[in-house]
Design a protein around this ligand. Structure first.
Ligand SMILES: Cc1ncc(COP(=O)(O)O)c(C=O)c1O
Length: 424
């Protein structure tokens, strides 16, 4: 059975399940994934010559589409000069330029940039910063307040701040340290409850962490800017640090460069990754406000942030990120996100009438059809038959296309969703 699955007809020779362990996959029942040989613009080219329109942007990274010539040429240039060099004691221009650019564009005095290589690690660094912020001030605070439907990564500390009941890490409940998982303060009553909770527990709490505006991997749930304004006010009232995880929302996905721009408030620490490099090379950043950074300044060497991943500030990643920021400056990405929002709103609306559809919602360049249930494997096949790469999860069928997608291609994706759900 395993051999049969591993060597199906019409697949390239290299594709088998003998040695590769797939993400979030029950390998006993796993089917071969779809072999891709190249990607350009919004299209994935498959080994058998077919092309798919990508509705997901490779887990929300490829904001400029694939193989954008500007990013490729800057990465190539950097590759020739110096693909990598250690960041401890040595410096390179792409990282220092990128740090300065990020701090200039982020709101609210977020100006001290710590680089790492993945979103989960960027969040780990934020958590560590928060704990050590208090340790350096002589307080031991080990708990985090996080929210139902939240998702912040797959490493141990980040699993602990994901939704412990609905989230994908629920088997680890009781294994990872228990945190304070609360309801979003989206009503006055819930805000009052949270206020009371924070008042009673603040001496234990290192920080409050949230994905602003869209909770992504926890079910593509949206909330209003007021929730974040309320959280900022609560954190200020109780003297707590506030962390925004903008790993999904950053770089135009919600319609503004960063989701927090829509709220008028800024966090004390922000986490960035995914579209930071336009989906080309892994890179992440944890950016802190001066107040946080200053708590690490001391005559005591142990008060320093004791962190330094090997590929920290990877020069290729920094070159890609600088090139991606050039594109945000020179091309109308946010206008494109606004146009995607308008089109998704119009073209996903008819799905509301279909059987099994619970909700249709759109924010920026993210469109979501929530179902009463989704057969993910079957639906993926139906999308593939229509030349579309759409990958539902849990109970949602969603689109987060590259921001450069043309209206006709987007219509093909929305039409495919309508047809597949109608046949459901
Ligand atoms: C909001 C958020 N935080 C953190 C992560 C983890 O990022 P990574 O998969 O790069 O570790 C993700 C990944 O989907 C995410 O959406």
């Amino acid at each position: 059975m395993r051999a049969a699955r591993s060597k199906m007809k019409n697949h390239p020779d290299w594709l088998s399940l003998e040695h590769v362990w797939l993400p979030y996959t029950q390998m006993k029942a796993a089917e071969l994934p779809v072999p891709v040989v190249s990607a350009s613009g919004v299209r994935l080219k498959l080994a058998d010559g077919r092309e798919l329109i990508d509705g997901i942007a490779s887990w929300w990274t490829a904001c400029h589409g694939y193989a954008h010539s500007h990013i490729l040429s800057k990465v190539r240039e950097q590759l020739e000069k110096m693909p990598h060099v250690m960041f401890g004691g040595l410096a390179h221009e792409p990282a220092y330029t990128l740090a300065a650019r990020l701090s200039k564009m982020l709101p609210g005095g977020l100006e001290h940039v710590f680089f790492s290589e993945s979103g989960s690690v960027a969040v780990e660094v934020a958590l560590k910063m928060a704990v050590q912020f208090w340790l350096n001030r002589g307080e031991r605070r080990t708990k985090f307040v996080c929210f139902q439907n939240g998702y912040h990564g797959d490493t141990f500390a980040t699993m602990a701040i994901c939704d412990p009941e609905e989230g994908m890490h629920k088997s680890f409940r009781g294994v990872v340290p228990e945190q304070f998982v609360k309801e979003l303060p989206d009503t006055q009553a819930k805000a009052r409850d949270l206020d009371q909770f924070l008042a009673e527990n603040r001496s234990e709490i290192a920080a409050v962490i949230i994905e602003p505006l869209i909770q992504a991997a926890g079910g593509m749930k949206f909330h209003d800017a007021e929730v974040l304004v309320e959280l900022r006010a609560l954190c200020d009232r109780h003297g707590l640090l506030l962390i925004f995880d903008e790993i999904f929302t950053g770089f135009g996905r919600t319609g503004t460069m960063f989701a927090c721009e829509q709220t008028g408030v800024a966090p004390d620490i922000i986490c960035l990754s995914k579209a930071l490099t336009g989906g080309t090379v892994p890179l992440a950043a944890t950016v802190a406000a001066k107040r946080v950074f200053d708590a690490f300044l001391s005559d005591d060497a142990d008060a320093a942030l004791m962190h330094g991943p090997t590929y920290m500030a990877y020069p290729l990643g920094c070159a890609a990120a600088n090139a991606s920021l050039d594109l945000f400056e020179s091309e109308p990405r946010l206008d494109q996100a606004a146009a995607i929002e308008t089109q998704l709103t119009k073209e996903l609306a008819p799905c509301r009438e279909l059987r099994g559809v619970v909700d249709v919602r759109v924010k920026g360049a993210a469109g979501v059809v929530q179902m009463d249930r989704v057969d993910v494997v079957r639906m993926c096949k139906l999308f593939l038959e229509r030349g579309c790469w759409v990958k539902p999860f849990r109970d949602v069928v969603y689109l987060t296309p590259p921001l450069v997608i043309e209206p006709d291609d987007l219509s093909r994706l929305t039409r495919a969703i309508y047809e597949v759900l109608r046949a459901n």
